[in-house]
Design a protein around this ligand. Structure first.
Ligand SMILES: *Cc1c(COP(=O)(O)O)cnc(C)c1O
Length: 392
């Protein structure tokens, strides 16, 4: 790469391989090493007082800087901060913008712990959360109040898979100088370039596809020029630093992220089609399927889909669903997703939604499709469906 040919002009795979990496600064070693440390020594008083370079552990290390730079590069962001979990990224993004007396609008399809953060922390600080229909689009304008400071989006919802019209929401928000936040964990910047679509602060749970191996927790917040200063100020005030080993593992995950995501997309789509044809399935909730209500917007704004989607089963007893899931051999039952292994969980949004009514017509399951052989996964589910049918 020459200086006249910036990395941002290269293809995404090239950028994922090269972004945030400077082997010659590390004796030629390919990967940026793990820098551990609080104290950073200065050679002179002048250097110490200049604040140049690395100053203190909470202010960044070559390891954290490498991931921040790489993430900004692939997100089209002015800058990125790293925090120890996806939920911390959500909390820090909100804390970077809100003040007492503010109103925040949050999609009813939001990751449930975001709702809990608003109820347990923001509410106590005098910041009121109101929930809106994820399909509202430009209709969000009718909900905006003079004290609205944030519109929080997530597309698709990570259980119910509604796609939001982010550009339409952003257009309305920006007329009133409102900050648009998005939890972009599902598509990642590889399939949805958040800042080019009007998002001011984009959140990624790096725990999912950046890690890819279910063995670390990580949150990233990328910002455009306008919101980067307040994001950085708030980060510095709290100093929620991601651990050096986790940052190193995330950087390592980044290099193969596109390959893993593409394969998860391919396998999940095949599985979604297979499930659509099952007699036990009422509906598959996956925006890349042409029948999905969010398909047109997904096709316009996204360049891919990940390995996570849900299905609505035809009405069945709790015992039948439990018999189906309890006997699965290859699918694990557990929270989180984005790893190499397939997962399934039953879920029900009905108890906590407040702006919309969740009544899909049957029990709902969420699948994370991993990297196993698809025919093995299908055989596992086939046996599960048999248990579903034969249990009262
Ligand atoms: C997992 C997840 C998070 C939170 O990430 P953690 O690292 O587990 O805190 C946030 N948003 C979505 C959509 C998620 O799936």
């Amino acid at each position: 790469m020459t200086k006249s040919d910036p990395i941002s002009a290269k293809g995404i795979r090239t950028r994922l391989v090269h972004a945030g990496r400077d082997p010659l600064a590390h004796h030629g070693f390919v990967n940026t090493p793990i820098y551990r440390g609080s104290t950073v020594l200065s050679p002179t008083v002048a250097h110490l007082q200049s604040g140049e370079g690395y100053v203190y552990g909470t202010h960044g290390t070559p390891t954290t800087r490498a991931l921040e730079d790489a993430w900004s590069e692939i997100s089209g962001a002015a800058g990125t901060v790293l925090v120890p979990s996806g939920l911390m990224a959500i909390a820090l993004a909100l804390m970077s913008v809100v003040k007492t007396g503010d109103d925040v609008l949050i999609t009813d399809s939001v990751y449930r712990p975001t709702r809990t953060f608003c109820a347990n922390v923001l509410d106590r600080l005098g910041v009121k959360a109101r929930y809106y229909d994820p399909l509202i689009g430009a209709g969000i304008a009718a909900l905006i109040q003079p004290n609205t400071s944030v519109i929080f989006t997530e597309a698709p919802g990570s259980q119910s898979f509604e796609i939001q019209d982010i550009p339409a929401i952003a257009e309305q928000a920006h007329r009133h100088d409102i900050c648009v936040m998005m939890d972009n964990t599902w598509a990642t910047p590889l399939f949805f370039p958040p800042h080019a679509r009007g998002v001011d602060l984009a959140i990624e749970a790096g725990t999912k596809y950046l890690s890819g191996h279910s063995d670390l927790l990580m949150g990233l917040i990328s910002a455009n020029e306008k919101y980067l200063p307040r994001l950085k100020t708030t980060f510095t005030a709290f100093a929620p630093c991601a651990g050096p080993e986790d940052v190193f593992l995330a950087l390592r995950g980044l290099r193969s992220m596109e390959l893993r995501l593409k394969e998860a997309e391919r396998q999940a789509l095949q599985m979604a089609h297979w499930l659509q044809a099952r007699p036990e399935v009422l509906r598959v909730l996956h925006p890349a399927l042409p029948e999905d209500p969010g398909h047109a917007i997904w096709k316009r704004d996204f360049s891919g889909s990940s390995g996570l989607f849900s299905v609505v089963l035809k009405p069945a007893s709790k015992a039948a669903v439990a018999a189906m899931l309890d006997g699965l051999e290859l699918f694990g039952m557990g929270y989180s997703w984005g790893g190499f292994e397939s997962l399934v969980i039953p879920f029900d949004c009905a108890s906590y939604r407040t702006a919309t009514h969740w009544a899909p017509g049957g029990p709902t399951l969420r699948f994370n499709i991993g990297l196993e052989d698809l025919h093995d996964l299908q055989a596992d589910l086939d046996a599960g469906f048999q248990r579903l049918r034969t249990t009262a």
